[in-house]
Design a protein around this ligand. Structure first.
Ligand code: SAM
Length: 374
């Protein structure tokens, strides 16, 4: 089977998390900002799309070359064997990005690449006039960094955070792969209790349940590779079956609570869609009244941030309440994500460790408190 140079993309700060996930799946990796490279076959493309919890996409690196002029860019793209990759009716949107490079105009880079591919395919398929672009989609991208261009094919399609279990609602849920990445940074593996005391639409608890049950997070969805005409169509259903056979039923308790009953109803629908409704104990309770007899587990919460001035005071009061009830649960490792730089002051304890993440465009810190195990 042909071996490809592959890479996973991810949100800033999650590189080491995705690298670890890939290592656990059996791949040797090398890491750059926003990308983790590995080698693999079509089977590995299916496997990583199905199993990576915290990545955005899996791409095939088609070609890497130096590009300091548009002529050079055109020639290098033209010289690729496009007919081997793209059938005559392929749709091939090209995304262009250029950073710290001579060819800095992204629209120009994108349109030169598109033109070179169109010209080559027209020659290779001996077409006169337009290519129909009426068939399956092959999403391409060109990324130029410090004059080195990389041409890639996206095998994922819609980002991996779109697992397919979430119902839309007006709140501000964490992306599924972001939540999964936060979990990957904890020791949680399903053998000890898990608590999200401010669960909102349930993303973190659902991702925890999926991990505890060893459910492949991409198990429900389709990927761009499903439509590639040269892709072995047996692989995806085979690997889904294999993944299903590896699912586990038993795990330690997973608790998800929130002050707001109506958001819990949404969380339950999401959990149902993800097949983990019976795996999570949902409860309506304010964090100031939260208590549990469980021990030695992991707490993750994404409390309100109080971004707007008028919400700030309310958020800080919640951090104080969290401090009063949750700090007592000292056998739990605790992890809190918020954009409030004063979190530690109101929570009443300095974090063992902090880690910076962007939740969308918003800078947040992941405050981590190590446990005192009993
Ligand atoms: C930022 S949202 C959590 C979003 C969640 N991670 C998701 O993916 O949907 C914060 C949640 O904290 C809840 N909350 C606010 N005040 C609370 C309190 N005093 N006790 C418990 N939950 C509270 C809100 O109802 C909201 O659902």
């Amino acid at each position: 089977m042909k071996e490809y140079t592959l890479y996973a993309t991810m949100g800033a700060g999650f590189e080491s998390v995705v690298a670890k996930e890939l290592n656990n799946l059996g791949y040797k990796t090398s890491t750059e900002n926003g990308r983790v490279f590995f080698k693999g076959t079509q089977e590995d493309i299916v496997k990583t799309n199905l199993w990576l919890r915290s990545a955005d996409r899996v791409k095939i690196l088609l070609k890497e070359f130096k590009a300091t002029s548009f002529d050079q860019l055109y020639d290098e793209v033209y010289s690729y064997d496009w007919a081997e990759l793209l059938p005559v009716d392929a749709q091939f949107p090209v995304k262009g990005r250029s950073v710290r490079s001579k060819l800095h105009s992204e629209p120009d880079v994108q349109s030169i690449v598109k033109k070179a591919i169109v010209d080559k395919l027209t020659d290779q398929y001996r077409r006169r006039g337009f290519l129909p672009e009426s068939g399956a989609e092959y999403p391409l991208d060109i990324h130029i960094y410090k004059d080195v261009a990389r041409l890639s094919l996206d095998t994922t399609g819609q980002s991996l955070f779109k697992r397919g279990y979430r119902v839309e609602h007006g709140g501000a849920p964490l992306k599924e792969n972001f939540a999964a990445g936060l979990i990957e940074l904890t020791p949680f593996d399903g053998t000890h209790p898990f608590i999200d005391p401010m669960t909102g639409s349930g993303t973190i608890a659902i991702e925890a349940a999926l991990k505890a049950k060893n459910v492949a997070p991409g198990i429900w969805r389709k990927f761009a590779f499903d439509n590639f005409d040269w892709f072995d169509k047996k692989l995806h259903p085979e690997l889904v079956e294999k993944a299903k056979a590896q699912e586990k039923q038993d795990h330690a308790p997973i608790l998800a609570s929130d002050i707001d009953q109506s958001i819990l109803e949404i969380a339950k629908v999401n959990a149902h869609n993800a097949g983990v409704l019976q795996d999570i104990k949902f409860k309506q309770v304010a964090v100031k009244d939260f208590s549990t007899d469980l021990e030695n587990g992991v707490i993750i919460a994404n409390p309100p941030y109080g971004k707007r001035l008028k919400d700030r005071e309310a958020a800080e009061k919640i951090y104080e309440e969290m401090g009063q009830t949750l700090r007592r649960l000292s056998s739990f490792s605790q992890y809190y994500l918020t954009s409030d730089p004063q979190f530690e002051k109101y929570f009443g304890a300095k974090a063992t460790k902090k880690r910076k993440f962007y939740n969308g465009n918003l800078r947040t810190d992941y405050y981590q408190y190590w446990a005192n195990k009993r």
